[in-house]
Design a protein around this ligand. Structure first.
Ligand SMILES: Cc1cc2nc3c(=O)[nH]c(=O)nc-3n(C[C@H](O)[C@H](O)[C@H](O)COP(=O)(O)OP(=O)(O)OC[C@H]3O[C@@H](n4cnc5c(N)ncnc54)[C@H](O)[C@@H]3O)c2cc1C
Length: 402
Protein backbone atom coordinates (compact mmCIF):
# COMPACT_ATOMS: atom_id res chain seq x y z
CA UNK A 1 0.00 0.00 0.00
CA UNK A 2 1.51 3.38 -1.01
CA UNK A 3 1.88 6.13 1.61
CA UNK A 4 -1.50 7.64 2.49
CA UNK A 5 -1.50 11.41 1.94
CA UNK A 6 -3.80 14.32 2.58
CA UNK A 7 -4.48 15.95 -0.76
CA UNK A 8 -6.27 19.15 -1.67
CA UNK A 9 -7.80 19.25 -5.14
CA UNK A 10 -8.68 22.76 -6.28
CA UNK A 11 -11.60 22.91 -8.71
CA UNK A 12 -14.86 20.98 -8.85
CA UNK A 13 -15.20 20.54 -12.61
CA UNK A 14 -14.90 17.18 -14.34
CA UNK A 15 -11.11 17.27 -14.01
CA UNK A 16 -11.04 17.99 -10.26
CA UNK A 17 -13.80 15.48 -9.50
CA UNK A 18 -12.24 12.60 -11.46
CA UNK A 19 -8.91 13.43 -9.81
CA UNK A 20 -10.50 13.33 -6.36
CA UNK A 21 -12.21 10.04 -7.22
CA UNK A 22 -9.00 8.35 -8.41
CA UNK A 23 -7.16 9.54 -5.28
CA UNK A 24 -9.88 8.33 -2.91
CA UNK A 25 -9.91 4.97 -4.70
CA UNK A 26 -6.15 4.80 -4.13
CA UNK A 27 -6.63 5.24 -0.37
CA UNK A 28 -5.73 8.92 0.09
CA UNK A 29 -7.59 11.55 2.05
CA UNK A 30 -9.01 14.26 -0.22
CA UNK A 31 -10.42 17.76 0.24
CA UNK A 32 -12.04 19.19 -2.89
CA UNK A 33 -12.25 22.99 -2.97
CA UNK A 34 -14.85 24.59 -5.23
CA UNK A 35 -15.75 28.27 -5.22
CA UNK A 36 -19.20 27.82 -6.76
CA UNK A 37 -22.20 26.54 -4.81
CA UNK A 38 -22.39 23.45 -7.04
CA UNK A 39 -19.84 21.31 -8.86
CA UNK A 40 -19.65 20.95 -12.64
CA UNK A 41 -21.34 24.22 -13.51
CA UNK A 42 -18.51 25.95 -15.40
CA UNK A 43 -16.90 24.48 -18.57
CA UNK A 44 -18.11 20.99 -17.68
CA UNK A 45 -21.80 21.86 -17.66
CA UNK A 46 -23.30 21.91 -21.17
CA UNK A 47 -20.52 20.37 -23.24
CA UNK A 48 -20.97 18.13 -26.27
CA UNK A 49 -21.24 14.95 -24.21
CA UNK A 50 -18.90 13.01 -26.47
CA UNK A 51 -16.42 10.60 -24.95
CA UNK A 52 -14.45 10.77 -28.11
CA UNK A 53 -11.73 8.28 -27.28
CA UNK A 54 -10.64 7.53 -30.83
CA UNK A 55 -10.86 11.02 -32.29
CA UNK A 56 -8.52 13.23 -30.29
CA UNK A 57 -6.80 15.24 -33.03
CA UNK A 58 -5.92 18.70 -31.67
CA UNK A 59 -7.27 21.81 -33.38
CA UNK A 60 -3.70 22.98 -34.13
CA UNK A 61 -3.00 21.29 -37.46
CA UNK A 62 -1.59 22.02 -40.90
CA UNK A 63 -4.02 24.12 -42.94
CA UNK A 64 -6.02 25.42 -39.96
CA UNK A 65 -4.65 29.02 -40.07
CA UNK A 66 -5.73 29.43 -43.72
CA UNK A 67 -9.05 27.72 -43.15
CA UNK A 68 -9.67 29.95 -40.11
CA UNK A 69 -9.05 33.07 -42.22
CA UNK A 70 -11.72 31.98 -44.70
CA UNK A 71 -14.21 31.48 -41.85
CA UNK A 72 -13.57 34.73 -40.06
CA UNK A 73 -16.67 36.70 -40.93
CA UNK A 74 -19.49 34.14 -40.94
CA UNK A 75 -21.87 33.79 -37.96
CA UNK A 76 -21.81 30.00 -38.40
CA UNK A 77 -18.04 29.73 -38.78
CA UNK A 78 -16.35 27.05 -36.68
CA UNK A 79 -13.69 29.51 -35.51
CA UNK A 80 -13.87 33.25 -34.88
CA UNK A 81 -11.00 35.43 -33.81
CA UNK A 82 -11.14 38.75 -31.99
CA UNK A 83 -7.67 40.17 -31.59
CA UNK A 84 -7.08 42.04 -28.36
CA UNK A 85 -4.35 44.18 -26.89
CA UNK A 86 -3.37 41.30 -24.66
CA UNK A 87 0.16 39.87 -24.79
CA UNK A 88 -1.12 36.62 -23.37
CA UNK A 89 -3.45 36.17 -26.32
CA UNK A 90 -0.67 36.96 -28.81
CA UNK A 91 1.73 34.58 -27.10
CA UNK A 92 -0.91 31.80 -27.12
CA UNK A 93 -1.70 32.44 -30.78
CA UNK A 94 2.00 32.39 -31.70
CA UNK A 95 2.43 29.03 -29.94
CA UNK A 96 -0.77 27.77 -31.58
CA UNK A 97 0.55 28.71 -35.03
CA UNK A 98 3.84 26.95 -34.26
CA UNK A 99 1.87 23.79 -33.46
CA UNK A 100 -0.10 24.01 -36.73
CA UNK A 101 1.91 21.47 -38.70
CA UNK A 102 1.32 17.83 -39.50
CA UNK A 103 4.31 16.45 -37.55
CA UNK A 104 3.44 18.20 -34.27
CA UNK A 105 -0.21 17.31 -34.73
CA UNK A 106 0.66 13.62 -35.21
CA UNK A 107 2.88 13.54 -32.12
CA UNK A 108 0.25 15.30 -29.98
CA UNK A 109 -2.53 13.06 -31.30
CA UNK A 110 -0.53 10.01 -30.21
CA UNK A 111 -0.11 11.41 -26.68
CA UNK A 112 -3.78 12.29 -26.41
CA UNK A 113 -4.89 8.91 -27.73
CA UNK A 114 -2.92 7.15 -25.02
CA UNK A 115 -4.48 9.31 -22.29
CA UNK A 116 -7.96 8.88 -23.76
CA UNK A 117 -7.80 5.09 -24.03
CA UNK A 118 -6.39 4.76 -20.53
CA UNK A 119 -9.32 6.88 -19.35
CA UNK A 120 -11.85 4.74 -21.20
CA UNK A 121 -10.63 1.65 -19.33
CA UNK A 122 -10.78 3.54 -16.04
CA UNK A 123 -14.33 4.70 -16.67
CA UNK A 124 -15.43 1.16 -17.47
CA UNK A 125 -13.94 -0.01 -14.20
CA UNK A 126 -15.54 2.83 -12.23
CA UNK A 127 -18.90 1.97 -13.79
CA UNK A 128 -18.45 -1.64 -12.76
CA UNK A 129 -17.75 -0.43 -9.23
CA UNK A 130 -21.11 1.34 -9.20
CA UNK A 131 -20.64 4.83 -10.65
CA UNK A 132 -23.95 5.44 -12.44
CA UNK A 133 -26.76 7.80 -13.44
CA UNK A 134 -24.99 10.00 -15.96
CA UNK A 135 -26.73 8.85 -19.16
CA UNK A 136 -23.73 6.85 -20.34
CA UNK A 137 -24.09 4.89 -23.57
CA UNK A 138 -21.68 3.33 -26.05
CA UNK A 139 -23.34 3.95 -29.42
CA UNK A 140 -20.12 4.74 -31.32
CA UNK A 141 -19.19 7.98 -33.01
CA UNK A 142 -19.46 8.89 -36.67
CA UNK A 143 -17.37 11.74 -38.09
CA UNK A 144 -18.88 12.83 -41.41
CA UNK A 145 -16.92 14.79 -44.02
CA UNK A 146 -18.41 17.00 -46.70
CA UNK A 147 -15.09 17.92 -48.29
CA UNK A 148 -13.53 15.10 -50.37
CA UNK A 149 -9.93 16.18 -49.75
CA UNK A 150 -10.40 16.34 -45.97
CA UNK A 151 -12.14 12.97 -46.05
CA UNK A 152 -9.38 11.25 -48.01
CA UNK A 153 -6.77 12.78 -45.66
CA UNK A 154 -8.68 11.49 -42.61
CA UNK A 155 -9.26 8.08 -44.19
CA UNK A 156 -5.55 7.82 -45.02
CA UNK A 157 -4.66 8.51 -41.37
CA UNK A 158 -6.74 5.63 -40.00
CA UNK A 159 -4.33 3.28 -38.28
CA UNK A 160 -6.70 0.70 -36.85
CA UNK A 161 -9.49 -0.17 -39.32
CA UNK A 162 -11.18 -2.41 -36.70
CA UNK A 163 -11.77 0.54 -34.45
CA UNK A 164 -12.14 3.24 -37.12
CA UNK A 165 -14.21 2.12 -40.11
CA UNK A 166 -14.02 4.20 -43.27
CA UNK A 167 -17.55 4.53 -44.71
CA UNK A 168 -19.15 5.68 -47.95
CA UNK A 169 -21.99 8.25 -47.69
CA UNK A 170 -24.51 5.41 -48.06
CA UNK A 171 -22.88 3.45 -45.26
CA UNK A 172 -22.92 6.59 -43.09
CA UNK A 173 -26.71 6.75 -43.58
CA UNK A 174 -26.97 3.07 -42.62
CA UNK A 175 -24.94 3.56 -39.45
CA UNK A 176 -27.03 6.57 -38.41
CA UNK A 177 -30.34 6.84 -40.32
CA UNK A 178 -31.24 10.12 -38.57
CA UNK A 179 -28.55 11.76 -40.73
CA UNK A 180 -29.61 9.99 -43.96
CA UNK A 181 -30.80 13.31 -45.45
CA UNK A 182 -27.20 14.52 -45.33
CA UNK A 183 -25.78 11.63 -47.39
CA UNK A 184 -25.87 13.41 -50.80
CA UNK A 185 -23.73 16.22 -49.32
CA UNK A 186 -21.12 13.85 -47.89
CA UNK A 187 -17.79 12.59 -49.18
CA UNK A 188 -17.76 9.87 -46.52
CA UNK A 189 -17.33 9.19 -42.84
CA UNK A 190 -15.28 7.43 -40.21
CA UNK A 191 -17.08 5.38 -37.59
CA UNK A 192 -15.54 4.50 -34.21
CA UNK A 193 -17.90 1.87 -32.76
CA UNK A 194 -16.35 1.95 -29.26
CA UNK A 195 -16.83 5.66 -28.58
CA UNK A 196 -19.29 6.74 -25.91
CA UNK A 197 -21.54 9.57 -24.80
CA UNK A 198 -22.71 10.79 -21.39
CA UNK A 199 -23.93 13.92 -19.64
CA UNK A 200 -20.86 15.60 -18.17
CA UNK A 201 -22.76 17.58 -15.51
CA UNK A 202 -24.54 14.41 -14.34
CA UNK A 203 -21.17 12.65 -14.35
CA UNK A 204 -19.81 15.37 -12.03
CA UNK A 205 -22.81 14.90 -9.76
CA UNK A 206 -22.38 11.10 -9.77
CA UNK A 207 -18.71 11.46 -8.85
CA UNK A 208 -19.55 13.84 -5.99
CA UNK A 209 -22.21 11.47 -4.69
CA UNK A 210 -19.76 8.55 -4.77
CA UNK A 211 -17.04 10.64 -3.12
CA UNK A 212 -19.37 11.67 -0.34
CA UNK A 213 -19.73 8.00 0.64
CA UNK A 214 -16.09 8.05 1.76
CA UNK A 215 -15.13 9.28 5.27
CA UNK A 216 -11.79 10.33 3.71
CA UNK A 217 -13.47 12.93 1.47
CA UNK A 218 -14.71 16.43 2.15
CA UNK A 219 -16.04 19.18 -0.09
CA UNK A 220 -15.21 22.73 0.91
CA UNK A 221 -16.93 25.69 -0.70
CA UNK A 222 -14.51 28.59 -0.96
CA UNK A 223 -11.96 30.40 -3.09
CA UNK A 224 -8.48 28.89 -3.07
CA UNK A 225 -5.39 31.05 -3.54
CA UNK A 226 -1.70 30.13 -3.72
CA UNK A 227 1.44 31.77 -2.36
CA UNK A 228 5.07 30.82 -1.86
CA UNK A 229 5.38 28.62 1.21
CA UNK A 230 9.20 28.37 1.43
CA UNK A 231 11.30 25.19 1.05
CA UNK A 232 10.09 24.83 -2.58
CA UNK A 233 6.52 24.42 -1.45
CA UNK A 234 3.37 26.28 -2.25
CA UNK A 235 0.91 27.32 0.48
CA UNK A 236 -2.85 27.30 -0.06
CA UNK A 237 -5.42 29.56 1.53
CA UNK A 238 -9.17 29.10 1.32
CA UNK A 239 -11.00 32.41 1.60
CA UNK A 240 -7.79 33.78 3.09
CA UNK A 241 -7.33 31.05 5.73
CA UNK A 242 -4.04 29.05 5.47
CA UNK A 243 -4.48 25.29 4.99
CA UNK A 244 -2.42 22.24 5.95
CA UNK A 245 -2.09 19.56 3.29
CA UNK A 246 0.62 17.22 1.95
CA UNK A 247 -0.17 17.69 -1.72
CA UNK A 248 -2.14 20.21 -3.80
CA UNK A 249 -3.59 19.39 -7.23
CA UNK A 250 -4.59 22.42 -9.28
CA UNK A 251 -7.61 21.55 -11.45
CA UNK A 252 -9.35 24.92 -11.60
CA UNK A 253 -9.87 25.00 -15.37
CA UNK A 254 -9.28 28.35 -16.99
CA UNK A 255 -8.90 30.11 -13.61
CA UNK A 256 -5.74 28.04 -13.02
CA UNK A 257 -3.79 30.61 -15.02
CA UNK A 258 -4.51 33.51 -12.66
CA UNK A 259 -4.12 31.22 -9.64
CA UNK A 260 -0.51 30.51 -10.59
CA UNK A 261 0.39 34.15 -11.06
CA UNK A 262 1.32 34.85 -7.40
CA UNK A 263 3.82 32.00 -7.75
CA UNK A 264 5.34 33.68 -10.81
CA UNK A 265 4.43 30.96 -13.29
CA UNK A 266 2.40 31.77 -16.38
CA UNK A 267 0.44 28.77 -17.64
CA UNK A 268 -0.14 28.66 -21.41
CA UNK A 269 -3.93 28.54 -21.00
CA UNK A 270 -6.45 30.48 -22.99
CA UNK A 271 -10.25 30.36 -22.95
CA UNK A 272 -11.83 29.15 -26.19
CA UNK A 273 -15.50 29.90 -26.00
CA UNK A 274 -17.97 27.39 -27.39
CA UNK A 275 -21.75 27.04 -27.42
CA UNK A 276 -24.33 24.34 -27.06
CA UNK A 277 -28.04 23.79 -27.62
CA UNK A 278 -30.12 21.20 -25.82
CA UNK A 279 -33.49 20.15 -27.21
CA UNK A 280 -36.09 17.68 -26.01
CA UNK A 281 -37.33 15.63 -28.93
CA UNK A 282 -39.21 12.49 -29.80
CA UNK A 283 -36.64 9.68 -29.26
CA UNK A 284 -37.73 8.21 -32.61
CA UNK A 285 -36.14 11.14 -34.48
CA UNK A 286 -33.00 11.41 -32.37
CA UNK A 287 -29.73 9.89 -33.60
CA UNK A 288 -28.45 6.94 -31.64
CA UNK A 289 -24.83 7.29 -32.73
CA UNK A 290 -23.03 10.51 -31.82
CA UNK A 291 -22.10 12.47 -34.92
CA UNK A 292 -19.46 15.10 -35.68
CA UNK A 293 -20.08 17.22 -38.76
CA UNK A 294 -16.36 17.76 -39.41
CA UNK A 295 -16.48 20.64 -41.90
CA UNK A 296 -18.75 22.68 -39.62
CA UNK A 297 -17.11 21.27 -36.44
CA UNK A 298 -20.55 20.63 -34.90
CA UNK A 299 -21.17 17.65 -32.62
CA UNK A 300 -24.53 15.94 -32.03
CA UNK A 301 -25.11 13.58 -29.11
CA UNK A 302 -28.29 12.08 -27.72
CA UNK A 303 -28.34 12.29 -23.93
CA UNK A 304 -31.40 10.42 -22.75
CA UNK A 305 -34.40 12.09 -24.37
CA UNK A 306 -32.44 15.20 -25.27
CA UNK A 307 -30.21 16.12 -28.15
CA UNK A 308 -27.06 18.11 -27.35
CA UNK A 309 -25.57 20.12 -30.22
CA UNK A 310 -22.23 21.77 -29.49
CA UNK A 311 -19.84 23.79 -31.60
CA UNK A 312 -17.69 26.83 -32.30
CA UNK A 313 -14.41 28.18 -31.07
CA UNK A 314 -14.35 31.91 -30.28
CA UNK A 315 -10.79 33.08 -29.68
CA UNK A 316 -10.68 36.37 -27.80
CA UNK A 317 -13.98 36.09 -25.91
CA UNK A 318 -13.65 37.59 -22.44
CA UNK A 319 -16.24 35.47 -20.67
CA UNK A 320 -18.85 32.75 -21.18
CA UNK A 321 -21.72 35.10 -22.01
CA UNK A 322 -24.04 34.01 -24.83
CA UNK A 323 -23.46 35.75 -28.16
CA UNK A 324 -26.91 35.90 -29.85
CA UNK A 325 -25.34 35.98 -33.33
CA UNK A 326 -23.36 32.77 -32.73
CA UNK A 327 -26.35 31.05 -31.09
CA UNK A 328 -28.52 31.97 -34.08
CA UNK A 329 -25.79 30.62 -36.39
CA UNK A 330 -25.64 27.34 -34.47
CA UNK A 331 -29.43 26.98 -34.54
CA UNK A 332 -29.39 27.52 -38.31
CA UNK A 333 -26.71 24.85 -38.79
CA UNK A 334 -28.58 22.33 -36.63
CA UNK A 335 -31.85 23.08 -38.41
CA UNK A 336 -30.24 22.49 -41.81
CA UNK A 337 -28.40 19.34 -40.74
CA UNK A 338 -30.91 17.56 -38.51
CA UNK A 339 -34.30 19.27 -39.03
CA UNK A 340 -36.34 16.40 -37.57
CA UNK A 341 -34.96 16.99 -34.06
CA UNK A 342 -35.97 20.67 -34.18
CA UNK A 343 -37.37 23.20 -34.13
CA UNK A 344 -34.36 24.60 -32.33
CA UNK A 345 -35.93 27.99 -31.55
CA UNK A 346 -36.74 27.05 -27.96
CA UNK A 347 -33.54 25.05 -27.31
CA UNK A 348 -31.76 25.60 -23.99
CA UNK A 349 -28.61 27.57 -24.80
CA UNK A 350 -25.24 27.52 -23.08
CA UNK A 351 -21.71 28.83 -23.54
CA UNK A 352 -18.51 27.72 -21.86
CA UNK A 353 -14.81 28.54 -21.95
CA UNK A 354 -12.60 25.58 -22.88
CA UNK A 355 -9.37 25.86 -20.86
CA UNK A 356 -7.01 25.30 -23.78
CA UNK A 357 -3.27 24.96 -24.30
CA UNK A 358 -1.95 25.95 -27.76
CA UNK A 359 -1.05 22.35 -28.61
CA UNK A 360 -4.25 20.77 -27.29
CA UNK A 361 -2.19 18.65 -24.87
CA UNK A 362 -3.14 19.23 -21.21
CA UNK A 363 -0.63 19.91 -18.46
CA UNK A 364 -0.80 16.87 -16.20
CA UNK A 365 2.48 17.13 -14.37
CA UNK A 366 4.62 18.02 -11.39
CA UNK A 367 5.82 21.57 -10.86
CA UNK A 368 8.89 23.19 -9.33
CA UNK A 369 6.89 23.34 -6.06
CA UNK A 370 7.38 19.94 -4.49
CA UNK A 371 3.81 19.69 -3.19
CA UNK A 372 1.99 21.08 -6.27
CA UNK A 373 0.71 19.13 -9.29
CA UNK A 374 -1.14 20.47 -12.31
CA UNK A 375 -4.14 18.89 -14.03
CA UNK A 376 -5.23 21.66 -16.36
CA UNK A 377 -5.67 22.70 -20.00
CA UNK A 378 -7.89 19.94 -21.38
CA UNK A 379 -9.44 22.24 -24.00
CA UNK A 380 -12.02 20.62 -26.26
CA UNK A 381 -11.54 17.14 -24.77
CA UNK A 382 -11.78 17.55 -21.01
CA UNK A 383 -14.60 15.05 -20.53
CA UNK A 384 -12.85 12.46 -22.72
CA UNK A 385 -9.44 12.92 -21.07
CA UNK A 386 -10.62 13.37 -17.49
CA UNK A 387 -10.33 9.78 -16.22
CA UNK A 388 -6.95 9.18 -17.89
CA UNK A 389 -5.58 12.43 -16.46
CA UNK A 390 -6.89 11.49 -13.02
CA UNK A 391 -4.95 8.21 -13.15
CA UNK A 392 -1.80 10.07 -14.20
CA UNK A 393 -2.16 12.36 -11.17
CA UNK A 394 -2.71 9.34 -8.91
CA UNK A 395 0.52 7.80 -10.23
CA UNK A 396 2.44 11.07 -9.82
CA UNK A 397 1.23 11.38 -6.21
CA UNK A 398 2.35 7.84 -5.49
CA UNK A 399 5.77 8.58 -6.94
CA UNK A 400 6.28 11.67 -4.74
CA UNK A 401 8.83 11.60 -1.96
CA UNK A 402 7.33 12.65 1.40
C1 LIG B 1 -19.05 23.99 -26.23
C2 LIG B 1 -18.16 22.94 -25.60
C3 LIG B 1 -18.30 21.62 -25.99
C4 LIG B 1 -17.47 20.64 -25.45
N1 LIG B 1 -17.65 19.33 -25.81
C5 LIG B 1 -16.87 18.36 -25.28
C6 LIG B 1 -17.08 17.00 -25.62
O1 LIG B 1 -18.01 16.66 -26.35
N2 LIG B 1 -16.24 16.07 -25.11
C7 LIG B 1 -15.20 16.42 -24.29
O2 LIG B 1 -14.42 15.54 -23.90
N3 LIG B 1 -15.00 17.70 -23.91
C8 LIG B 1 -15.81 18.68 -24.38
N4 LIG B 1 -15.62 19.99 -24.02
C9 LIG B 1 -14.49 20.34 -23.14
C10 LIG B 1 -14.78 20.11 -21.66
O3 LIG B 1 -16.08 20.55 -21.34
C11 LIG B 1 -13.73 20.87 -20.80
O4 LIG B 1 -12.43 20.56 -21.25
C12 LIG B 1 -13.83 20.48 -19.34
O5 LIG B 1 -15.14 20.70 -18.87
C13 LIG B 1 -12.84 21.27 -18.49
O6 LIG B 1 -13.01 20.83 -17.17
P1 LIG B 1 -12.25 21.51 -15.95
O7 LIG B 1 -12.62 20.73 -14.75
O8 LIG B 1 -10.81 21.69 -16.30
O9 LIG B 1 -12.84 22.99 -15.89
P2 LIG B 1 -14.20 23.50 -15.22
O10 LIG B 1 -15.32 22.59 -15.50
O11 LIG B 1 -14.36 24.92 -15.63
O12 LIG B 1 -13.92 23.39 -13.67
C14 LIG B 1 -13.02 24.24 -12.99
C15 LIG B 1 -13.64 24.49 -11.64
O13 LIG B 1 -12.69 25.18 -10.82
C16 LIG B 1 -13.41 26.11 -10.02
N5 LIG B 1 -12.48 27.13 -9.56
C17 LIG B 1 -11.83 28.04 -10.31
N6 LIG B 1 -11.04 28.80 -9.55
C18 LIG B 1 -11.18 28.37 -8.28
C19 LIG B 1 -10.63 28.77 -7.05
N7 LIG B 1 -9.74 29.77 -6.97
N8 LIG B 1 -11.01 28.11 -5.93
C20 LIG B 1 -11.90 27.09 -5.99
N9 LIG B 1 -12.47 26.68 -7.14
C21 LIG B 1 -12.10 27.30 -8.28
C22 LIG B 1 -14.47 26.63 -10.97
O14 LIG B 1 -15.54 27.24 -10.26
C23 LIG B 1 -14.87 25.37 -11.70
O15 LIG B 1 -15.96 24.71 -11.08
C24 LIG B 1 -16.45 21.00 -24.51
C25 LIG B 1 -16.35 22.33 -24.08
C26 LIG B 1 -17.20 23.29 -24.61
C27 LIG B 1 -17.09 24.71 -24.12
Amino acid sequence: MPVKRTIMVVGGGVIGLTTAYALIQAGHSVTLVERDQDVGIQASFGNGGQLSYRYVKPLADAGIPLEALSWMFQSESPISLKLRLDWHQWRWLADFLLACNARTNRANTTRLLQLALQGQQALHQWRQEGLADFLWRQPGKLVVYRNAHKFSKAAGAVSNPQQERVLTPRECAEVEPAFAGLAPALAGGIFSPDDEVADCYLFCQALLKALQQSPEFQLVTGEATFEEGGAERCRVRIDGVPQQTDVVVLAAGLASRSMMQPLGRTLPLYGLKGYSLTVEADPAVLPDVSVTDYDNRVVYARLGRRLRVAAMVDIGALDASLDPRRIAGLKRLAEETLPAAGPYGSAATWAGMRPATPTGVPLVERTQWRNLLLNVGHGALGFTLSCGSALTIRDLVEGMTP
